[in-house]
Design a binder for this molecule. Structure first.
Ligand code: ADP
Ligand code: ZN
Length: 760
C-alpha cells in the first residue's frame, strides 16, 4: 500500500511513501504520520491511500502543476523529491521509503474537513499544506505536544484492614471526605507529604495513578453562575424560526443590541438537544472574556475556546476535547472554522462583515465563506450575523442564495441612540482645539460629566499628530523604508513609522531645508487626549490604542477599569469600535468620520458606514438613552448620511448600484496580484509584463500595473495588478498558468490575493 502525505514545507506537493504491512490496517486518511524526509524525520498528514502507484501518481502530476513561487526551499528535500517524480513514468526503478509511524491513530481531519481544506487551497491558490497548517494548531501537531499527567489519589472502596495510627486514620478519612484529589493538591491542603500518601497507597488504602489534568483556559471562569434561556421577543423567535427551518445559510441582520447572541445561544441549544455540535466564530478583537462568558455560562463544560492568547497546553487540551466530543460548542476566531467538531449542526459567524475573517497571509481564505462551504459539506446550518452586513452577503440574500432574518429593535432595555451630524468645516472655533472638538461635542461631553455618565470618543489614528511637516519648504518627515510620513508620538518625543515600526528622535530642524519650522499636522489619539484634558481638567480619561495596549492584558485592564467606572471618557481607535457593552455609556463621539472615507479602496464607503454604525451602537445599551455625535468635514457623503440615519438598506442600495456600474464585487470576483521587490525597476517591469499577459486571457478584466497605495513598505517596493472576473476559477487558472510560464526571479515576490479585502 502507498500513502500520499502532506508535509509542512509549503512546497505545494504531496510525497509518496510505502506503508509497512503491519501498519496497513491501522492507516486512515487524515492521520498524522511521522516519515523520513531527507536526513531527518518529518510529520505529515495522510491525504490519500492507494494500492497502485498509477492511481496515486496521476494525482501527482496535477499537484505538481500547481507548484509556484516556493523555490529556494527545495534544495534540502531533493532526495525524496526526485523519487516521487520518477513515478509518473511507468515502472519504478527505486524503492520508496516506508513511513515510520502513525503518531495518532485518531485522524486529525475527517474526510469532509479534508475536502474543505482542498477546496480552500484551490480557491485561494495556496499550497494545500498551508491550509492544513492553518487548520490545526501547531501546539497539537508539534512533536512534544502531549496531555499533562499528574498523580491522582483515590480512596480505595473497601480497603483490607491494616494497622491504623491516629494520623493515618485521619489522613484516610480526609481523602474519603474529599473524594480523592491530585497528589500536589492533597499535600498542600492536608499539610502532608508525598511519602505519607504513598504509604497509604502501599497499604492499599488509596490508589495512586497518573491521570490527565486538563489545562482549562476558562479555569477561573468556570465557577460563574449558569444562565437560563431568556424568553425571546417576537423578532427573536421569528429569527430562530427562520434559522431552524432554513435549508440555506441565513443572514441574521439585527441592529446592535437586538439580541443576536441570545438567538445564537438558543439555536445552539437546539442542536445540542439532538446531539449535534456547533461552532461560533467571532472576530479576534471581540473574543473578550465577556463574550466567552456568555457561552460558557449557558453551556458550561461543553464549551471549548480557541484563540491566540491561549497557552500551548490549553490549546492542546481544548482541541483534543473538541475532537473527542467532550466539548460540543467551539468559540473562536477564524481558525475555529476548522475545529474537528463531530456531527456539526450549526456554524455561527458573528459580525460576518468583519475584515479579520480574511487572513492576510497564506492561505488568504475568508473564514466566513469557508463556514458557508463547510456547512454545505457537512449539512450544517450556517448563520451569518451582523448589524452592518457585507455587501457580498447582502447581495447573496437579494439573489436568494441566503435566507434573511431581521431584527430591528433592541432587546431588553436599550433603545437606539439619537445621532447628530456636525459639520466641522462650519464649526471651526479658532483656538487650538477647534480642529479636534466641535462645541456641540464639548457640550455633550460636559453634560455626561455633570450627570456622572460615561463617554466614548473614537478617533482612527494613534500617535500624537499625523505627520511632521516643514512650514518653510513643505517637506514631510518620511520613513526612508516606507512611502509614508512618520507619525509624531509625544510621550517619547519620537517619530514612528506605523508600517515598519521604525523610529527616529523628532528632528529639531527640517531634514530637507534645515529651517526650524517643523509643524505637527493632523490629529492622533495622543493629541486628542491632551486637548481633552485641557478642556476638562477634572475628567478621568483612558486612552486605548496600539501604543497603550502593547503590554499583555492591558487591553482587558483598560476596558475593565472603564466598566468599573474608574474613568469618565474612553478615547480610542477602532479597537473600541465593536463588541463592547457598557451600560453607563450614553455618549459616543466620532472625531473624524471622514478619515476612512478617503482611503484609496473601493470598499472605503462600506468600511466607513460599518465603522460609524458599529461605533454608534456603543451608546445607550442599557436603561439610559444614548446619543451619538459624528463630526465630519464631508457631512453630505452618502455613507455618512446613511450611517447617521442608521439606514443600512439605503446605503446598500446606493453603493451596490455604483459597484454594479463599475463591475466591482459583489458583481464580480476581484483578486489582487501583489508583487514586491527591493528593486524598483524589476518589480515595475514584471508587474507590467504580468498585467499585459493577463489582459490577453479571455474573461478577465485586468487593470494596468500600478504601484500599490502603499508604494513602499519595509524597504520593499510594492506593485499591484487588479484582476476581475465573474468566477474565481478563471482568475486562479490564469494566474497558475502564468506563474508556470513566467516564474518570478528570486528577487521578486509574487502572491495572489483572491477576493482581496484591502487593496492597500
Ligand atoms: P447583539 O448581539 O445583537 O448586539 P446582545 O445579544 O448583546 O445583542 O443583546 C443585547 C442585550 O439585550 C443584552 O444585554 C441581552 O442580555 C439582552 N437581551 C437579549 N435578548 C433578550 C430577551 N429576549 N429579553 C431580555 N433581554 C434580552
Ligand atoms: Zn517604515
Amino acid at each position: 500500500m502507498l500513502v500520499r502525505v502532506a508535509i509542512d514545507l509549503a512546497l505545494d506537493r504531496l510525497f509518496t511513501y510505502e506503508v509497512p504491512k503491519e501498519l496497513e490496517k491501522k492507516l486512515a486518511v487524515g492521520q498524522l504520520l511521522s516519515v523520513p524526509f531527507g536526513h531527518r524525520t518529518a510529520r505529515g498528514f495522510v491525504m490519500e491511500l492507494g494500492e497502485e502507484e498509477s492511481g496515486v501518481s496521476s494525482q501527482e502530476s496535477g499537484v505538481r502543476g500547481q507548484g509556484s513561487g516556493v523555490r529556494g526551499q527545495e534544495s534540502g528535500v531533493r532526495s525524496q523529491e526526485s523519487r516521487v517524480r520518477g513515478q509518473g513514468s511507468g515502472k519504478r526503478s527505486y524503492a520508496l521509503k516506508p513511513i515510520l509511524d502513525i503518531v495518532d491513530e485518531e485522524p486529525f481531519f475527517s474526510t469532509r474537513l479534508l475536502e474543505l481544506v482542498r477546496s480552500l487551497a484551490a480557491y485561494t491558490a495556496a499550497p494545500v499544506e498551508s491550509v492544513l497548517k492553518a487548520a490545526v494548531p501547531a501546539a497539537v501537531v508539534k512533536p512534544n505536544a502531549r496531555a499533562k499527567e499528574l498523580y491522582f489519589i483515590s480512596p480505595a472502596l473497601a480497603p483490607a484492614p491494616v494497622p491504623m495510627t491516629a494520623r493515618r486514620q485521619w489522613l484516610y478519612d480526609q481523602i474519603v471526605r474529599l473524594g480523592g484529589g491530585w497528589m500536589q493538591q492533597l499535600c498542600r491542603e492536608l499539610k502532608t507529604t508525598p511519602a505519607s500518601l504513598k504509604e497509604l497507597g502501599r497499604l492499599g488504602l488509596v490508589t495512586i495513578a497518573p491521570r490527565q489534568k486538563r489545562r482549562d483556559p476558562l479555569g477561573n471562569m468556570r465557577r460563574i453562575l449558569p444562565t437560563k434561556p431568556l424568553p425571546l421577543n417576537g423578532e427573536q423567535s421569528d429569527a430562530l424560526g427562520v434559522i431552524s427551518a432554513a435549508a440555506k445559510p441565513v443572514l441574521l441582520f439585527g441592529v446592535t443590541g437586538s439580541g443576536k447572541t441570545e438567538v445564537y445561544l438558543q439555536a445552539i441549544a437546539k442542536e445540542l438537544e439532538s446531539d449535534r455540535g456547533a461552532i461560533v466564530m467571532v472576530p479576534e478583537i471581540s473574543l473578550t472574556p465577556q463574550t466567552v462568558r456568555r457561552f460558557a455560562s449557558r453551556f458550561g463544560d461543553k464549551v471549548a475556546v480557541l484563540h491566540s492568547a491561549l497557552s500551548d497546553g490549553e490549546r492542546y487540551d481544548e482541541w483534543h476535547r473538541i475532537r473527542s466530543g467532550a466539548a460540543r460548542v467551539v468559540v473562536g476566531p477564524r481558525s475555529a472554522v476548522f475545529a474537528p467538531v463531530r456531527d456539526l449542526g450549526l456554524i455561527v459567524v458573528d459580525e460576518e462583515h468583519d475584515p479579520s475573517y480574511k487572513q492576510d497571509d497564506n492561505p488568504r481564505y475568508n473564514a466566513r465563506d469557508a463556514a458557508v462551504l463547510r456547512g454545505r459539506l457537512e449539512g450544517a446550518r450556517v448563520v451569518l450575523g451582523s448589524a452592518t452586513p457585507s455587501l457580498e452577503t447582502w447581495r447573496n440574500v437579494a439573489v436568494g442564495k441566503y435566507g434573511l432574518a431581521e431584527m430591528k429593535c433592541r432587546a431588553g432595555a436599550g433603545t437606539l441612540p439619537a445621532v447628530r451630524l456636525v459639520d466641522m468645516s462650519a464649526s471651526q472655533r479658532g483656538d487650538s482645539s477647534g480642529a479636534i472638538f466641535s462645541q456641540d461635542l464639548l457640550d455633550a461631553v460636559k453634560l455626561r460629566l455633570d450627570r456622572h455618565e460615561q463617554t466614548i470618543l473614537f478617533l482612527n489614528r494613534r500617535g500624537y499628530s499625523r505627520s511632521v511637516t516643514c512650514a518653510a519648504c513643505g517637506a514631510t518627515v518620511d520613513c526612508p523604508e516606507c512611502s509614508l510620513p512618520y507619525t509624531y508620538h509625544r510621550a517619547d518625543e519620537c517619530c514612528r513609522c506605523h508600517i515598519c515600526g521604525g523610529w527616529i528622535l523628532t528632528p529639531k530642524v527640517c531634514p530637507a531645508c534645515g529651517a526650524s519650522a517643523l509643524q505637527y499636522k493632523g490629529i492622533g489619539t495622543q493629541r486628542a487626549e491632551a486637548a481633552l484634558a485641557k478642556c476638562f481638567p477634572n475628567a478621568k480619561i483612558l486612552r486605548m490604542d496600539a501604543d497603550s495596549t502593547s503590554r499583555k492584558n492591558s487591553h482587558d485592564d483598560i476596558l475593565s477599569a472603564f466598566r468599573r467606572g474608574e474613568a469618565d471618557i474612553l478615547l480610542g481607535t477602532q479597537m473600541i469600535a465593536k463588541g463592547l457593552d457598557f451600560p453607563n455609556v450614553t455618549l459616543v463621539g466620532v472625531l473624524n468620520a471622514d478619515s476612512s472615507l478617503n482611503m484609496p479602496d473601493f470598499r472605503a464607503a462600506e468600511r466607513t458606514f460599518q465603522l460609524l454604525a458599529q461605533v454608534s451602537g456603543r451608546a445607550g445599551r442599557a436603561e439610559l438613552p444614548g446619543e451619538v455625535v459624528i463630526q465630519s468635514y464631508d457631512p453630505s457623503a452618502p455613507a455618512i448620511v446613511a450611517a447617521a440615519r442608521g439606514d443600512f438598506a439605503a446605503f446598500a442600495k446606493e453603493e451596490l448600484s455604483i459597484r454594479e456600474e463599475c463591475f466591482f464585487p459583489p458583481f464580480c470576483h476581484l483578486a489582487a496580484v501583489n508583487l514586491r521587490s527591493k528593486d524598483l525597476k524589476l518589480v515595475s517591469s514584471w508587474a507590467d509584463m504580468y498585467a499585459k499577459s493577463l489582459m490577453k486571457v479571455k474573461g478577465l478584466t485586468v487593470s494596468e500595473a500600478v504601484p500599490s497605495a502603499l508604494e513602499k513598505a519595509d524597504g520593499w517596493y510594492r506593485w499591484q495588478v487588479v484582476v476581475r472576473a465573474p468566477s474565481v476559477s478563471t482568475i486562479v487558472k490564469a494566474w497558475r498558468w502564468l506563474l508556470a510560464q513566467r516564474p518570478p526571479p528570486a528577487a521578486l515576490r509574487a502572491a495572489i490575493d483572491v477576493d482581496a479585502f484591502s487593496l492597500i
